[in-house]
Each structure stands twice: as C-alpha cells, then as structure tokens.
Design a protein around this ligand. Structure first.
Ligand code: GAL
Length: 986
C-alpha cells in the first residue's frame, strides 16, 4: 500500500480531524446517549510487517478472507502479534527524527456498522479515544483523515461519507511515527486502537466545546458557575441549567456565548469531600451534562491553596496499565485502582506521562482525587544517543523548530480535553524532555488559556546552550527524587519561593520504599512543600499464564527476548501487576494517615491528636480503638468516638495508662472511619499510632542454672560438648556450630554461619556493586584463636576471627564469647570491628538452617508486615504467630524480603532466640543465593530447610533504585559494635 507519509512529518499532525474539544458523550433530550460505542470483538484485523505489504484493505471490494478477528480496544502485542517490549529511556528504533524504521509494523482494522435512516439524517462523528501511534481512516473506501498523539482523542466528521445501511470503516494503525519520539514513556511499548471508538450522532446544530469556571467570593460566601461556549456547529439556541442534586438552582439562556449562575453558600469541592453540582447545556435536540465542582486553586506566600486553604498532595504516579490487556484499561479497572488508593489515604494522582483514559478525570473529580494532568510528551531518549547528554541532546525536541507544532498540539490536546474537571489542579507539560523554546511557548499557551490552574513541569532544570530560559510560566518548583538534604537546602535559602513538589519520589521498586517517613516529616514541616507523588502506582508486567508449579507468571523487560529493554525497572509500583498491595503501599498508607498522635504526657495519659486532613473535621469522620498490650497480652481496650479537631489543628484525649508497666507494654491507637464514603466503608481502618509505655532497656541474657553438666572433648577440628540430651559440635575453623543435636534430634541441617550478605533488593542495585567489590557475597571466616573450657558443667568458648573474601583483606574482625549449658542453651556475645574503608554492611548476624518441618513462627517485634529500620510505618510491635511461608514476600523478581525489625524474642520451630537489645530476624524456605539467582518468583525452589537469620542489624532498604542513596542513619556502618543473643532449642 502506498500512503502519504504523514507519519514522518511532524508538521502534519492531523488531517481531517475536528478542533479539540472537552470530553463528553452527547445525550438526546431524554438524556440517552447520542452515541454508539463501536468497541467489540467484531473487528477484522490483519497484521503486516510494514506499510508496503498492507493490501488496499480499505476498498469496498477487498477480499477479507485472510483477515482474522481482534477485539477493540486492545494492544496487538498482548494478542500474539509483533514483539512485546519494555524500554524506559532508550528508543526502540534508531534515532533519526522525524524518520521511523521502514519495517514499521501495521495493524489493518475493518469494522462494519449499520446506520438507520434516522441516524443518517444526523451529523456523524467518529471519536477515537486513543490509538497508538498514528492512524489513517477510510469510510466506504474513501479517505477520511489521519491523526496521532496516542493518548489524546481524535475526532472525524464523517457526515456525507456514510450511507443508510451497512458501512465499512477501515483504520490502518502504524506502530511508529514522528510522534513516537515524543512518546518515549517508561512502559511496555504497545500498539493499536487501545481505547474506545465512538460513533456520535448529533443534530446539525450543536455545542462542540465549552469551558466552565467557578470563581468564589469567600467573604460573601458565594460562587459563580460560569459557562463559556467556545465552539458550536451552526448557531443553536443554547440554554443552561444548574442543578444541585434534584434541585434546579437556575436556568438561563446563553448570550454572547456565555451563561453564569450565582451560587449562594456553595458547597465547595475538595478531594476529601468531592461535592459536585450538575450543569446541563441544552440545545433543542441535545443535552451535554457536565458535573461541576466549585473550587479555587492559587498560590499565596509560596503555599498552594485550594479554596484558600493549604493542602498537601499525598499522591501517586499512575499509568494506564494492565498485565492482561496492556495499555487498555476499563472503567472497572480504574475504579479498582481508585478504591485501593482511597483506602490507602491517597488523595492525588499524576497521570504519568500522558493523559490517562479520557473518563479518568471524571472519576477523579467524582471520587475525590487531585490531579496533575500531564501532556503526552516524553523524549528523554534523546539524551542516550551517541555523544548525547542530559545537558545537550536531552532538550532536542523542545528546541527543534520542526517539532514546535507537535509539542504545542500535545499540550493543547491534554488541556482542552480535561479542562472542565475540577479534579485537575495542575497541568503538566510532560515529563523528562528537557527545556527550550517549544516548551516555553506551550507553557505560555496554557497559562493564557487556563489561568485558573497551576502549571507544572519538572524537566525545566535544563538550560539549553545559548538559550536564556524563561520559566516564569511555571507555578511550582518541581523535582523528582530530591534527597531530604536537597529539600532542606531549598527551604533554607532566603527569599521568595515557588511551592515545592516532588512529582516523583519514594521509588517503590521491590522491597521498599524505606524513606517515606523522612519525607513526610519535611512535608509537614515546610508549609511550602505541597507534597509528593510516589513513583509509581502499579508494577507493569505481562501475564503469561501459570508455571508448572501453579504459580502465576508475570513477565517484565527482556523476558520476550527484546532489545533494548530495561529489565524489571517497570516493576516499581505500590501494587503488584494484578493490584495486590505491595508492602510499600501499607507503608505509604500509614505515613499519610489522617491523624497523627503524640504522647504528650505519659504520666497523665494525655495524647494529642493532630488532624492532618486539609478540609475535614475528624468529628464525623474518625473514631479510635485503643488497646494496651503487654508482651502481646491485652490489658485494656476501648473506643473513643467523641473527637473534634478542625483540619490542621489538634485535640487532646486522656487515657488511663498503666503506671509501672512490665516490659514490652504498648499503647496502640487505630483510626477507623465513622461513616460510609463514596469508595470506603464504615469501619475501614485508616491508620494507627503506637507508643511504648515501658522503658527501652537492655535485657540481661542469662543461661538457666540447672541442666545436666556438659562434658567437653576436643579434636583438631571441633569442640564437642555433650550430656545425655545435648550433643553439640563447635567448628574451630568456622567459629560457629557445625552440629546441634538435642534429644537425639538434629536441630540444624547445616552449620550455623556468620552472615553479612542479603539477596540484593532492587533498591540495592547500586550499592550491591560495592558490596560485591568488598566480597560480602562470598566472605569466609578465618579463626585465629579458639579456646574452650568447661566450668560447673557449662562450656565457654572464646574465638577470635575475621571475615574476608578471596583476594581481599578482612572487612570485619570479631571476638566472640559463647556459653553453652546442659540444657543446650547458647549465649553469644560478639564484639566487632569494621574496617571503615569498606562500604556499609547489608547486615550482620547468625544464620541457621532448621529442618523443613519447623514451620511455626512466633515473634515479639515489628509485624505483621515485613519491616526494616527505615521501613516500619505499617508495622507495630506485638506478638505475632505465623508460619514460614507466610513470612515470604513474593516479589516478582526475588530479593531479600520478609525481615522483621525490632524483635525482642522469636521462636521458629524449636529455635528460640532473644536479644539483649532488639534484633531483626527472617525465616524463609529459600536461601539467599536462590533469592539472588532467580529472576522470577515462579522459578524459586525451596532449599529443603528453614533458613533463619538473626541479625544484630540489617541496613535499611531505602529507595535508591531511582531515589537518593540510603540515608546514613539507616546504614550498618558502625566501626565497632557489640551484640548479645541467647538461643535455645526445644
Ligand atoms: C523517572 C521517570 C519515570 C520513571 C522513573 C524510574 O526519571 O520520570 O518515568 O522512569 O524515573 O522508574
């Protein structure tokens, strides 16, 4: 087939399309849709490797025998065509703009639709919600037009090209076009008609585009709902009605394209209480219904205000992504996302890095989410070309005059589509495309077109050579992954400032994120820090059925054999691909809980409750259940229902707290929802706070006195200590136990090991290189001296040893004192000296291999979620009972997981352990090596033992997969340490 090469011409973006308009589906006077959704399974489809091999399938007499069927909407890669590919920055084709490869896969679509005699009298429009990447359209063999911009709609007027009866719609979709250079988003690259296609039947005269504004006079407590008609077909008589639920508030004719409704004592919209009015725009044969949230957005003294009140965005970055359908998401899928977000206290969404489905902003306005609505622009691949750099080529497209129209077009399309949605607080010019004149112009256009919202763009931090940049149109200082130090520095600088926002932070890849609370402290500390958006909402993967062992297979970059790819960098969400929450979601949820408590006066039992909401009094929203527990045993519990605190203020409550509690006494306050909300239920748990009521003190670990005395014997290899029930062997070269046998039963299946390594988490991806350089992954023990003696039936072993890897000097020198009594109890006290020229340690501790049947676990420490020194917002201290497989967190790419921080005592099967100070532990059926070696969870093979790690400490997990380095306070980098543990076997 020969096509006009619009697809390699960035100055011809759309042919035969209508002007941009806001998104709506027109209704007839009975309020029934004046539209037909053409989506369905009855589309015919032919896949071709390039344009030249496509037959003239659009012609009426084309023989469609060879065509198969394909559901629309869909991504053809998810249905067996072409190549699945996940790449982040690097373009999946040679960088030669505006040209694209000649081998440019094509999807030829045919759909037949019927038009009745009545419909034939109407104006007919074809409305494509989203097609990736560009497409040509024919009706009944006649060319209708061409369009691009994958994530924005395209509309064609097909009146006069159709006939009564059956019509043939032919659409040719190309995988790549000049616009693909601007769609270099970090995701699986998918092609096809991936959003709905509508056929609209409209009267000859109708409204095409309108803008709603809602200025508020706060002093007079009144608002104005202003409607402006921007475009109409013909010159219809237009009237508007404003409704408050079933009450008609006003009705008026549109004059000079304008109508306006005063609203006295308006109920203002905000994400916590998303109240909307209903606007009806009526022409004689048609009604457009627009929900209207009355709210204002502005900045005062460097603070973002909604309805004149400061707000904090507790957000996430969201892609349209499904492991089953790729970029195709249904409203049900999206509602599922929104519901989990609401349940997790999330109040904001950045649509990264393109306009999400056109109805998503409606849902956000309806259910209460603030939005950063982003244009379909990302071109960071320009920085990775040969000789390229972030300082230089990164800004290629935003400076190139031939892409000027394209940049403006994409920004306009995103703004015009969603402009009547109150949820949209910020427009965003796109992501990671550098800065230059094209972006500046687009930015100025936005501010001029819509002065009622704020403008965001993070990639402004690049100054193209020889160009004095103008960023005056940008309202906020946006950063991604700024460290806490950088944020402090920003606010420490004197002078006026734009509000600060982290459009991406807390990189939620794999086991993590571990730095949430540090950022939350800053968000609450600085008025000008308006919040942040976690990167990102969901893991992206493709579902590939079940493995032989029955486990579901989720694939990421490289699994389809593609090049280039970015491995599992797409698996960085707060939820798994199928939306099961990650541990990170629970962390984020409690960090952004609506109430935070402070134990103000321990003696008097005064607790201060801070209302962290921006609009709601907690009075009708929250009740508290409190419980006081000692070593997991409930001492007291109760409810507090009568609370009152205005947003951003506090209230004090008083509880009778035990005067002199025993050890491990804790007060936990759990916040529950009082009334049903649109997406959440009565009794929904919103978060909690916990306070230690007993003092934190070191425990003296002592061996029991009784027990049959041990005898001690020695070989060149081992010390053997035994009595009628105990038979232990201590390896003189290993500096630990080789054999632990009690009552004739082996307590371990392999020698006890000193361990400093962990299966690298995704967030360890940088530091693990240093760890491996230091040999932490393969260190061995060298014992310099080891002595044992027996005194009153108790054996004491002292041991001097070091840890080092082949060809590398020791990184740790250790002195351990072991005591073993006739009951088989083992106490160890170890002093360590670290060579500080080495990187910080992943962990330090003792590792046991227990027999496989030792499955039951009880621990007193942070649970039930996996917890680390920097990741325990979702956890609290209690006594937890579980089993080994339940401790495993099944990350799609296996890694260190399931540790529990701040434990005082644990029991795994017959092994009991307690520490003089809190320690960390994990118990897993998988070895560290297995967790490191396997690329997917379904490949993991159990070791046949239960591997228990008791750790003096484990370094935090952080978010360094993309975020800043692990904060110093969470690193195991002490130059000296002392650790004491007591182990018992039942
Ligand atoms: C950011 C980018 C995101 C994503 C993230 C890494 O730089 O804006 O799209 O790629 O890094 O997961």
């Amino acid at each position: 087939m020969i096509l006009e090469k619009f697809y390699e011409n960035p100055e011809i973006l759309h042919v035969g399309t209508e002007e941009n308009r806001c998104y709506y589906v027109p209704l007839d006077v009975q309020e029934k849709e004046n539209a037909r959704n053409l989506s369905g399974i009855d589309w015919k489809f032919g896949y071709y490797p390039n344009v030249e091999s496509v037959p003239e399938f659009y012609k009426k007499d084309f023989d469609e025998e060879a065509f198969g069927r394909l559901e629309v909407p869909s991504c053809w890669q998810m249905l067996g065509f072409d190549q699945k590919q996940y790449t982040n920055i690097r373009y999946p084709f040679p960088f030669d703009p505006p040209f694209v490869p000649d081998e440019n896969p094509c999807g030829a679509y045919i759909k037949y639709f019927d038009i009745s005699a009545a419909e034939a009298k109407k104006e007919q429009y074809l409305y494509f919600e989203g097609v990736d990447s560009c497409f040509y359209v024919w009706i009944n063999g006649k060319f209708v037009g061409y369009s691009q911009v994958s994530h924005s709609p395209s509309e064609f007027n097909i009146t006069g090209k159709t006939k009564t009866g059956m019509n043939k719609l032919a659409v040719l979709v190309l995988k790549w076009c000049d616009g693909s250079y601007l769609e270099d988003q970090d995701k699986f690259r998918m092609s096809g008609i991936f959003r709905d296609v509508h056929l609209l039947f409209r009267p000859a005269e109708h409204v095409r585009d309108y803008t709603v504004a809602t200025p508020v006079d706060f002093e007079k407590n009144r608002a104005e709902v202003e409607v402006r008609i921007n475009e109409a077909a013909g010159n219809p008589r237009i009237t508007c009605e404003l409704w408050d639920k079933d009450n008609l508030l006003g009705e008026c004719a549109v004059e000079d394209g304008k109508a306006s409704f005063p609203v006295e004592a308006p109920v203002l919209w905000n994400a916590e209480e998303p109240y909307q009015y209903i606007l009806k725009i009526k022409t004689p044969e048609e009604i457009l219904i627009q929900r209207v949230g009355i709210r204002t957005v502005n900045i005062k003294d460097g603070v973002v205000l909604i309805n004149n009140r400061p707000v904090k965005f507790k957000g996430v970055n969201r892609h349209d992504s499904s492991p089953y359908t790729g970029a195709v998401v249904s409203r049900m899928d999206a509602m599922f996302d929104l519901r989990i977000m609401k349940e997790a206290n999330i109040n904001a969404i950045r649509t990264s890095h393109y306009p999400n489905a056109p109805w998503l902003p409606e849902l956000c306005s309806e259910y209460g989410f603030y939005m950063i609505a982003e244009a379909d622009i990302e071109s960071h691949g320009a920085a990775t070309i040969y000789g390229g750099s972030t300082e230089g080529t990164f800004s290629y497209f935003v400076q190139d005059p031939s892409y000027k129209m394209a940049i403006l077009d994409r920004v306009q399309r995103s703004v015009i589509r969603d402009k009547n949605q109150c949820g949209v607080i910020f427009w965003s010019l796109g992501n990671e495309s550098g800065f230059g004149t094209n972006m500046e112009e687009a930015g100025r256009w936005v501010k001029n077109y819509d002065p009622t919202r704020l403008l965001h763009y993070e990639s402004v931090h690049f100054q193209p050579e020889g160009h004095e940049k103008d960023e005056s149109m940008l309202d906020v200082e946006s950063h991604m992954y700024a460290s806490t130090q950088q944020i402090d520095a920003y606010f420490a600088e004197p002078g006026e400032k734009k509000p600060f926002v982290q459009c991406e932070f807390i990189h939620a890849m794999g086991n993590g994120p571990g730095d949430i609370e540090d950022y939350m402290q800053q968000i609450y500390r600085y008025d000008g820090f308006c919040g942040g958006f976690v990167w990102e909402w969901c893991d992206h993967a493709t579902y590939e059925g079940r493995a032989e062992n029955g486990k579901e297979m989720f694939h990421y970059g490289g699994d389809a054999g593609e090049f280039p790819h970015d491995g599992n960098f797409c698996m960085d969400g707060l939820v798994f691909p199928d939306r099961r929450p990650h541990e990170g979601l629970y962390e984020w949820k409690n960090a952004i809980r609506p109430v935070r408590a402070e134990l103000l006066d321990r003696k008097k039992g005064v607790i201060r409750l801070y209302n962290k909401l921006d609009f709601r009094n907690i009075k009708d929203y929250i009740y508290i259940h409190y419980e006081i527990k000692e070593e997991g045993i409930l001492l007291e519990e109760g409810m507090i229902e009568d609370l009152e605190a205005a947003p951003h203020s506090f209230t004090d409550i008083t509880l009778k707290l035990p005067g002199k509690p025993k050890d491990h006494c804790y007060l936990k306050l759990t916040y529950y929802q009082k009334a049903k909300d649109k997406l959440t239920q009565i009794g929904h748990e919103l978060g909690f706070d916990q306070f230690a009521l007993s003092e934190d003190k070191d425990v003296r670990l002592t061996l029991q006195k009784n027990g049959e005395p041990l005898t001690l014997t020695e070989t060149p290899e081992v010390f053997r200590m035994e009595n009628s029930s105990v038979c232990y062997e201590f390896g003189k070269k290993q500096g630990s136990f080789l054999k632990l046998e009690k009552n004739g039963k082996a307590c371990i299946t392999a020698p006890v090991e000193w361990n400093v390594y962990r299966a690298p988490t995704d967030n360890d991806r940088n530091i693990v290189l240093s760890w491996k350089e230091a040999g932490y992954d393969r260190s061995v023990v060298k014992v310099y001296g080891c002595e044992a003696r027996v005194k009153q039936g108790t054996v004491a072993i002292t041991c001097d040893f070091s840890m080092a890897a082949v060809y590398i000097q020791p990184f740790l020198r250790l002195h351990a004192v072991w005591s073993i009594n006739g009951e088989g109890e083992i106490k160890v006290a170890v002093d360590g000296k670290r060579d500080t020229s080495f990187p910080f340690l992943p962990r330090f501790g003792l590792k046991f291999h227990l027999p496989q049947e030792e499955q039951e676990v009880t621990y007193l420490g942070y649970g039930p979620h996996e917890s680390y020194c920097d990741k325990h917002q979702a956890s609290y201290v209690d006594v937890f009972h579980t089993i080994v497989p339940q401790l495993h967190v099944d990350y799609v790419r296996p890694q260190e997981n399931g540790s529990h921080y701040n434990c005082s005592s644990i029991q795994v099967g017959g092994l009991q352990a307690s520490g003089s100070r809190p320690f960390s532990f994990s118990a897993s059926e998988y070895t560290i090596q297995e967790l490191e070696a396997k690329h997917h969870n379904y490949e993991l093979e159990p070791s046949g033992s239960v591997i228990v790690c008791t750790d003096y400490k484990q370094s935090g997990v952080g978010s360094n997969s993309c975020g800043p380095e692990l904060l110093p306070q969470y690193r195991l980098d002490e130059d000296q340490f002392h650790w004491e543990m007591l182990y018992r076997f039942e």
